[in-house]
Design a protein around this ligand. Structure first.
Ligand code: PAF
Length: 290
């Protein structure tokens, strides 16, 4: 199966114009490549939601706060294109950094989502979310999709994009897709490649701890600070360096209030060896569900 691909925004526009003329709906999956099963699930969700599916692969320099991290980021275009062809993707867009940021990163207009871009991962990765909202806004303007699909693993990113779309009145429906996990519960991520065998085993503790906190919440434990501290210590005891583990409201990622808030999310970020991993677990206290 062959896949149509372009790195050129004019060519992209011509193809989009043709689809728009025929009133064909477009679902968009923005990615940074190195596609794994988690990404493929996003593409399958896109396939269900529109006539045409467009995937972008762009390792966005604006969202990296560390040059080594950017250069080490895995780039596997040929393999990614083969996987997308299998899923019947209509078009792959692979812009260059030069075409996205012709005047350089410093001179480019930025889209800032206040608060949601500053907390949690935003507090640990300077400029990261400004880089994400800026590139996603630009890609949305280039692709003009009806729907766009993102993974719930990056829940803060998903919340930030929903906020941006609402604030800027972008006529795009945002679809969130549940996290895809390995057999031992580790969330799939391109960064799992950085783990040694020992670290890979340690990393399975992340999901175990999320489940322990989730089970305690469902049992009615209301000492959220205590649960967070215990979870932090369990991760440290497993040789993991947690940056944060917090129990928040799903709707706006503010601190969850015992008894009042019912739809919660436990979010964490942690270093396992060189890899900085994130994960989360949604907990609905009314439905009694993880
Ligand atoms: O989640 C990602 O892969 C990236 O942050 C995104 C949304 C493609 C923007 O570069």
């Amino acid at each position: 199966m062959s896949l149509m691909a372009t790195a050129d925004s004019d060519e992209l526009r011509q193809q989009l114009d043709e689809w728009k003329r025929k009133a064909e709906s477009i679902a968009f999956v923005p990615t940074m490549g190195n596609l794994h099963e988690g990404h493929l699930q996003l593409v399958r969700a896109a396939r269900k939601s529109a006539r045409r599916v467009l995937v972008s692969i762009f390792v966005n320099p604006l969202q990296f706060d560390n040059a080594d991290d950017l250069s080490a980021y895995p780039r596997t275009l040929k393999q990614d294109a083969d996987a997308l062809a299998e899923l019947d993707v209509d078009l792959l867009y692979t812009p260059s950094a030069q075409s996205m940021y012709p005047q350089g990163l410093q001179q480019h207009t930025q889209v800032i989502v206040p608060r949601l871009g500053d907390i949690l991962c935003g507090a640990h990765r300077e400029g990261h979310f400004a880089g994400v909202s800026t590139v996603v806004c630009k890609l949305f303007n280039q692709v003009r999709p009806d729907t766009a699909v993102f993974g719930e693993k990056d829940f803060q990113q998903l919340s930030l994009i929903r906020q941006m779309v609402m604030d800027l009145a972008m006529p795009i429906k945002i679809i969130g897709v549940p996290t895809v996990r390995e057999a031992d519960g580790l969330a799939m991520s391109s960064r799992n490649l950085y783990l040694s065998d020992t670290e890979r085993q340690q990393a399975s503790k992340l999901y175990q701890v999320l489940q322990q906190v989730g089970a305690a919440l469902l049992k009615g434990d209301q000492d959220y600070d205590g649960l967070q501290q215990t979870a932090h210590a369990s991760l440290q005891n497993a040789g993991i360096y947690p940056e944060y583990i917090e129990i928040l409201r799903q709707s706006d990622l503010r601190k969850a209030r015992p008894q009042q808030d019912r739809e919660l999310i436990i979010v964490l970020a942690a270093k396992v060896g060189k890899a900085r991993l994130i994960d989360n677990l949604q907990v609905n206290l009314d439905k009694g569900q993880l």
